[in-house]
Design a protein around this ligand. Structure first.
Ligand SMILES: NC(=O)c1ccc[n+]([C@@H]2O[C@H](COP(=O)([O-])OP(=O)(O)OC[C@H]3O[C@@H](n4cnc5c(N)ncnc54)[C@H](O)[C@@H]3O)[C@@H](O)[C@H]2O)c1
Length: 218
């Protein structure tokens, strides 16, 4: 299969599958820590409470085959999943807005394990500019274009106040950023070829509260 076709194939993976695969990966890693060498979809299913048939279907998008009754070889499954999800390549990113959320992301070493390395951050607060957090330098936002030349970065993490979300996005895109991980509640607009991933902790919270209320009145 030529690379063009492979690329086309991998874009067909449904988003819910892509969201579940990292879950499988974390849980399979846990099983490996417990000394297991093989894992079946039924076993994963017990661990994370997702239908075994759904897991098998999700894993069918990944280039791995299981053995009847024994299941998947854990080391291979981990390696293949990490590669498929792009976690083995480190993707370099800039972060804009080193406030309470941006600061927490800079401190989170977990991002590295999932293939994201924030190499520098930008803010306008004079108390922050020129300092470093968790070894990550913080520059003034005005220096962004210059730093784009110095670092090989194509991802921008957006954790600025909502009022300037669009303005900072426009700056990032003009400077050559190709994907924006948007934590602001603002629905940013970007050209067609730019990837946007909106992430909100609060959206999950709303679901949790709703389910909690539902359980309490049952
Ligand atoms: N997605 C989520 O789950 C989630 C959770 C918390 C906060 N948020 C959102 O994240 C954003 C940041 O929230 P916070 O609580 O960290 O706010 P914050 O006020 O603590 O931090 C904002 C930071 O942005 C900086 N900033 C201001 N103008 C800037 C510019 N031009 N360039 C670069 N940096 C600039 C400020 O100096 C400050 O350090 C908000 O939009 C908030 O709504 C989202």
């Amino acid at each position: 299969m030529n690379s063009q076709l492979q690329k086309k194939d991998s874009t067909k993976v449904p988003e819910p599958t892509l969201r579940r695969l990292p879950w499988y990966l974390s849980n399979v890693k846990l099983l490996r820590k417990r000394g297991e060498r093989f894992v079946s979809s039924t076993q994963i299913s017990k661990e994370i409470n997702i239908d075994a048939s759904q897991i098998a279907k999700d894993l069918s998008y990944v280039n791995i085959s299981g053995r009847t009754r024994v299941g998947y070889e854990i080391d291979t499954l981990i390696a293949v999943l990490e590669d498929f999800l792009g976690f083995t390549n480190i993707h370099k990113a800039f972060l804009f807005g080193v406030g309470s959320l941006g600061g927490a992301l800079l401190r989170d070493s977990g991002l590295n394990h999932f293939g994201l390395e924030i190499v520098a951050a930008f803010d306008v607060n004079p108390d922050l500019v020129g300092t470093a957090l968790n070894g990550i330098p913080i520059y003034h936002s005005d220096d962004f274009e210059e730093k784009m030349q110095a670092y090989d970065v194509n991802i921008g993490v957006l954790t600025v106040p909502i009022e300037i979300a669009q303005k900072i996005t426009d700056t990032m895109v003009a400077g050559g950023i190709k994907a924006v991980w948007n934590f602001t509640p603002f629905r940013i607009r970007v050209p067609e070829d730019i990837v946007v991933q909106n992430t909100s902790l609060y959206a999950h919270l709303a679901v949790m509260f709703n389910r909690l209320n539902f359980n309490e009145i049952r």
